[in-house]
Design a protein around this ligand. Structure first.
Ligand code: ZN
Length: 71
């Protein structure tokens, strides 16, 4: 699953985790695969694999942007 970007906090690759809701719906979330990650980043549950991957990658992109200095 090379479409997943690495964790913005530790740099270890993310992994897709499948689950099920109480109603039997398939859910997907992307989580950091590093057990020692200080933040243990993960997305919320999505019913679409694509949406979970997009949310993870977007979060990574946001975290990688340099912090703006306030004037
Ligand atoms: Zn991590």
């Amino acid at each position: 699953m090379s479409e997943l970007k690495p964790c913005p906090f530790c740099g270890v690759e993310g992994r897709l985790i499948k689950g099920k809701t109480a109603y039997g719906l398939q859910t997907f979330r992307v989580s950091c695969s590093n057990h020692k990650c200080a933040v243990s980043a993960h997305t919320v549950d999505f019913t679409s694999k694509k949406a979970a991957i997009a949310a993870w990658n977007e979060r990574v992109t946001m975290a990688q942007k340099p912090t703006r200095r306030r004037a």
